[in-house]
Design a protein around this ligand. Structure first.
Ligand code: SF4
Length: 425
C-alpha cells in the first residue's frame, strides 16, 4: 500500500515511473524489516540500486529500525519510515525537482495499484494494539489507527467504478477496526455508518448490485473476537465472500498465553462448528507457529488434534524464528531446530490430507470463479475459497475464450491438495 500511495503521488505530480535502473533519475526502495531474511533482502535491494543507479531513497519498515540502513549503506539519499509518502516526496523534490505543468489527469480513477486490475487491497487501519510476543509490528507501526469509514468506502467505491472485481480487506487486525475511535459514526453516501467491522462489511457488500457476481469482498486477518460471529450471516447471504483468514497460531492455551494472542480464550472449535452451520460454504484459512519456545510434544500434539477436529481448508505453518526485538526471544526452553522441522513436517502432512479431502468434495459441483489469466492452454481462475497469491487456483482447460476479470460458472472435474481443475459449466 505504501508503494501504491507513493507511486500515485509521483504520477499525480507528473513524474514518470520506469522499470529499469538505467532509465531512472532516482530509485525509491520500499523495505520490510519484519523478519531477519526480509531485512537482508531489503539491504541487498538497496545495495543493488546504489550500484546500478546511485541515487536511492529508502522507505518502509526497515527505515524505522534505527541506523540499520545508514550503517549498511551510508550513501543513500534519505531513509524514511513506513507511511511516509510526504517525507519521500519531500526528498524527491529536493533531488529531482517537480516536472513542469503536471497533467492532473495522469492518475487513473483508481490510483496506481500494484495488483492486477481486477483485484485490489483495501487497507482499513494501520498498526496494532496487541503485543504478541513473537511480533514487532506494533513497535514498527505503532498502535491501531483506523481509517475513517467514509474514506475506506470512498476508496472501495472508486475501485469498483474503475473495474475492480475483488476487494481484499486488509490491516494488521481487521476485527479491531474502529476500536481506537470507539466505533465512531462516520458518513458514507450521506448516511451514517459506524467505524466497525460488521457495518463496514455490510456496506462493502452493498457495492455489488448483482448478488455476489459483480464484486467480491474478502476479509483478511480477522481475529476471533466474539463480534466476528456477526459477519458470518453476511457470508451466508452472499453479501461478502464466505471466506475467513483467521490466524489462530496455536491451539494450546499455555502457548497462546505465552504468545499473548488476542481472543485466544474464545472457544474456537465450537464457534467454527457454529459458523459452518450458518454458512456451510465457509472457507477457513489460518496460520500456525510450530516450535514456539517451550512447546512440548504434548502441546504440539494438541495442535495436531485441533487441526483434525477443525478441518480447516487452508493452513500456512512456520517454525518459530526469533525476530530481533521480539519479547518471545527471552522465553526459556527454545525448541531445537531439528525438532521444529520435524513438527512442521508432521503438521503439513496432516493438513495436506485434510485440505485434499476437503477439496475433493467439490468435484462435480458448479462454482463461480474469477478469471486471473488466460492463454492458449486455457484459463486460470480463483473461487471464493482462493485468495490471490496465498491460496489455490482453478484451472479451466476449455477457458481460452474467457477474459481476465470475468466471473464464470465452472464445473469442478478434479482436485489435489491445493488446486482444482474445472470445465465451463
Ligand atoms: S495481532 Fe499480534 S501478530 Fe498481529 S500485528 Fe498485532 S502484535 Fe503482531
Amino acid at each position: 500500500m505504501d508503494s501504491e500511495h507513493i507511486l500515485t503521488q509521483l504520477r499525480a505530480e507528473g513524474y514518470l515511473i520506469s522499470a529499469s535502473y538505467q532509465d531512472s533519475d532516482l530509485v525509491i526502495v520500499n523495505t520490510c524489516g519484519f523478519i531477519d531474511s526480509a531485512i537482508a533482502e531489503s539491504l541487498d535491494a538497496i545495495g543493488e540500486a546504489l550500484v546500478e543507479n546511485g541515487k536511492v531513497i529508502v522507505t518502509g519498515c526497515l527505515g524505522a529500525k534505527g541506523d540499520v540502513v545508514w550503517q549498511a549503506h551510508p550513501k543513500v539519499l534519505a531513509v524514511t519510515g513506513p507511511h511516509s509518502t510526504n517525507e519521500v516526496m519531500a526528498v524527491v523534490h529536493q533531488h529531482l525537482p517537480k516536472p513542469h505543468d503536471p497533467y492532473e489527469d495522469l492518475v487513473p480513477a483508481q490510483g496506481i495499484r500494484l495488483t492486477p486490475k481486477h483485484y485490489a487491497y483495501v487497507k482499513i487501519s494501520e498498526g496494532c494494539n496487541h503485543r504478541c510476543t513473537f511480533c514487532i509490528i506494533p513497535s514498527l507501526r505503532g498502535d491501531l489507527v483506523s481509517r475513517p469509514v467514509g474514506d475506506v468506502m470512498g476508496e472501495a467505491e472508486h475501485l469498483v467504478k474503475a473495474g475492480v472485481k475483488e476487494l481484499l480487506v486488509i490491516s494488521q487486525d481487521t476485527s479491531a477496526y474502529g476500536v481506537d475511535v470507539k466505533y465512531r459514526t462516520g458518513f458514507w453516501g450521506g448516511r451514517p455508518l459506524k467505524t466497525r467491522l460488521t457495518e463496514l462489511a455490510t456496506a462493502l457488500g452493498e457495492l455489488d448490485k448483482t448478488g455476489g457476481k459483480g464484486v467480491w469482498v474478502r476479509l483478511h486477518y480477522v481475529y476471533p473476537y466474539p463480534h466476528v460471529d456477526e459477519v458470518i450471516p453476511l457470508m451466508a447471504q452472499g453479501k461478502i465472500l464466505p471466506y475467513l483468514d483467521i490466524p489462530f497460531q496455536h491451539a494450546n492455551q499455555r502457548i497462546l498465553k505465552l504468545m499473548k494472542r488476542p481472543a485466544s480464550s474464545e472457544n474456537v472449535l465450537a464457534r467454527i462448528k457454529q459458523w459452518r452451520e450458518i454458512c456451510p460454504d465457509l472457507t477457513l484459512r489460518s496460520t500456525f507457529i510450530v516450535g514456539f519456545p517451550g512447546e512440548t510434544e504434548a502441546e504440539f500434539q494438541e495442535l495436531l488434534d485441533f487441526l483434525k477436529e477443525a478441518q480447516l481448508d487452508r493452513v500456512g505453518a512456520f517454525t518459530y524464528s526469533p525476530v530481533e526485538g521480539a519479547a518471545a526471544n527471552e522465553l526459556p526452553d527454545h525448541v531445537p531446530p531439528e525438532v521444529q522441522q520435524e513438527r512442521l513436517a508432521r503438521l503439513m502432512l496432516l493438513q495436506e490430507e485434510i485440505s485434499e479431502q476437503r477439496l475433493k468434495r467439490k468435484i462435480g459441483k458448479t462454482i463461480t470463479v474469477l478469471v486471473d489469466e488466460v492463454d492458449k492452454d486455457g484459463a486460470v481462475a480463483r473461487s471464493s475459497a482462493d485468495a490471490p497469491e496465498i491460496d489455490g487456483l482453478v484451472y479451466i482447460e476449455n477457458g481460452q475464450q474467457l477474459r481476465v476479470g470475468d466471473f464464470v460458472e465452472v464445473k469442478v472435474t478434479g482436485s489435489d491438495a491445493h488446486d482444482l481443475w474445472a470445465e465451463m459449466a
